[in-house]
Write a protein that binds this ligand. Structure first.
Ligand SMILES: Nc1ncnc2c1ncn2[C@@H]1O[C@H](COP(=O)(O)OP(=O)(O)O)[C@@H](O)[C@H]1O
Ligand SMILES: CC(=O)N[C@@H](CCC(=O)OP(=O)(O)O)C(=O)O
Length: 297
């Protein structure tokens, strides 16, 4: 076969995007941008460019961001100790103040700024805005590895979404704005809760019956015990991999989110490496998507 000149190869890739664009036309896709996936300035610009391109193509992107490492740095600067249990940050009053400041303040506005710089119109909100997400205190258990019994853990002001009011998001999407959401929410008890960003993204995707939920992180996807990428998993496989200890730490809330979202009607969830240039575009609009795809089974 004669080799196509570079410009024709590019045209081929563009033409191949058509069926993908048609598949996602007017569909909601929730993209969770993890704190570890936020690399340097150039990577952030690529991410913002992808989001604007999706919106321009007729898809309805909703960005939910994390910022765990950035919260960690700020807590260090302020001399506040922090620890994770079961992949979640134990959160007291002082910590939740810093979490809200870093997530709903600096990171949220930074992402809105990047999208604006690429010519998009984004609006930054957190769960409190328009009463979008109501949270309740998270009740978590961990398996004690010594005697294999379940133990309740107290995470303090960690919340889990209790109710999502989709009216706010529908209005924002109707106005052709790109929602950028920080995972902080209010409880019926008047308390501010720190919600894990994966959990928050899953609740949004589930409530809006999103076509896809993409979880952008800093690993190629779910890895097996030999650190090899697992390309596809069913909900049943996920349960097994948590139980046998293949999935640990921050990957636990991610996988629990996948199972939750799929149970609520999201077609599929993809866990992928957000540090790869244009990871979102490659996943949605080309045949070169990578990562782990999770479906019902
Ligand atoms: N089986 C697994 N496959 C891939 N990553 C795993 C697995 N088990 C645990 N992890 C850990 O989960 C991390 C991703 O979660 P997290 O650090 O919370 O990312 P993010 O900030 O993107 O939400 C990986 O960097 C890895 O250390
Ligand atoms: C309860 C809990 O753990 N909340 C997270 C919220 C941010 C987050 O989830 O950020 P990543 O997606 O970057 O990990 C935290 O305090 O770090």
């Amino acid at each position: 076969m004669t080799e196509l000149p570079n410009v024709h190869v590019r045209a081929e890739v563009l033409a191949q995007a058509l069926p993908h664009m048609q598949r996602y036309d007017q569909e909601i896709v929730v993209i969770k941008y993890g704190g570890h996936a936020m690399g340097d300035r150039a990577a952030a610009e690529d991410f913002a460019e992808d989001i604007v391109l999706l919106e321009q193509s007729g898809l309805k992107p909703i960005v939910v961001h994390g910022g765990g490492p950035q919260i960690g740095k700020m807590l260090d600067r302020l001399g506040i100790q922090s620890e994770f249990r079961g992949g979640l940050r134990v959160t007291d009053e002082a910590t939740v103040e810093v979490v809200e400041m870093v997530l709903a303040g600096s990171i949220n506005k930074q992402i809105v700024g990047w999208i604006s710089a690429e010519g998009g119109r984004a609006i930054g909100l957190c769960g409190k805005d328009g009463n979008m997400v109501r949270a309740k205190r998270a009740m978590k258990t961990v398996i004690d590895p010594e005697n294999h019994t379940e133990q309740a853990i107290d995470l303090g002001l960690v919340g889990e979404p209790d109710h999502v009011e989709r009216g706010v998001l529908d209005a924002v999407l109707k106005a052709e704005l790109i929602p950028v959401l920080a995972p902080v929410a209010y409880g019926a008890d008047g308390q501010t809760y720190n919600v894990n960003a994966d959990t928050f993204a899953g609740a949004i995707a589930g409530a809006l019956r999103a076509k896809r939920l993409l979880l952008l992180t800093d690993v190629p996807g779910v890895l097996d015990k030999d650190k090899k990428l697992i390309p596809e998993l069913t909900v049943e496989d996920c349960r097994r991999l948590i139980a046998d200890g293949t999935i640990t730490g921050g990957m636990i809330p991610k996988i629990e989110t996948c199972m939750y979202a799929i149970e609520r009607g999201v077609e599929a969830v993809v866990i992928l490496d957000g540090k790869v240039n244009h990871a979102v575009l490659l996943e949605l609009f080309t045949d070169y998507g990578a990562g782990t795809l999770i479906r019902r089974g």
